[in-house]
Design a protein around this ligand. Sequence first.
Ligand code: PBG
Length: 324
Amino acid sequence: MDLQFKRHRRLRQSAGMRALVRETHLHTEDFIYPLFVAEGENIKNEVPSMPGVYNLSLDRLKEEMDEVVSLGIKSVILFGVPKEKDAVGTGAYHNHGIVQQATRYIKGQYPEVVVIADTCLCEYTDHGHCGVVEGDKVLNDPSLDLLAKTAVSQAEAGADIIAPSNMMDGFVAAIRQGLDEAGYTDVPIMSYAVKYSSAFYGPFRDAADSTPQFGDRKSYQMDPANRLEALREAQSDMEEGADFLIVKPSLSYLDIIRDVRNEFNAPVVAYNVSGEYSMVKAAALNGWIDEKAIVMEKLLSMKRAGADLIITYFAKDAARWLSE
Ligand code: PBG
């Protein structure tokens, strides 16, 4: 036989050999776990479209945090579910807003956990948009003051990282300035730099009761058809002072994660969003897929694409599987 060819299978022949040449690894420290903190008492309501994910009141947070910490997860991102909403999202920047209260609680009880506060108005506005509205328009510049105020109140409560997800232009500049002027020069900004207008956020909006009451978010979130625009968004956020860059959603946007990784030297965060979670859970509950294998393959693909960190509702499951 005088065939000339390469024997790639040499490096695949045993588990030990495969482990030696594995290029990408998942670690529990890579995961950021999202929590929906709800105003009220004794609330632990499962989100119907997100099995295993709950709205939790402060008095029920302990059980969840104990589990998170015991699994080795180092960081959580907080979303608020307030009782009252109004036109200007007062609950977002109120001193005793639910995210501020939850932050104080977690930093008090679990000081080593990195608390990330999502900074947006949509969970707190009665119209469900991420900024203030006039008629059917979402206003950019008047929203910036409120977002900066929200970030400062979150930093005051002890948040370690501010994560603005609202997609107003200039939000990083406004928040950086607000934080600096209030003395929080050391609080980093994890910017949702590249956030597409995506149908994959549907279950989150059930969880946070934040579906827009009119129109959609297409005038501020990005068009899924665009790739170069992602680089423009990330670039302006870097110039304005972002410390981390989020790409969201993740699975239909692995090309964008790779582009952002190649272009910028900041840590890149993939947001494995609610719809991506629900689809896997639904299939798993039907017995149609091997959930563990599918989830780990998906998370690995985000890191292979270039993500350093992953915000994921699977964080607890994945941490458990990694420790087995
Ligand atoms: C708030 C926000 C959203 C998500 C994170 N922050 C919803 C939205 O933009 O409608 C979505 C997260 C997910 O789907 O898991 N602006």
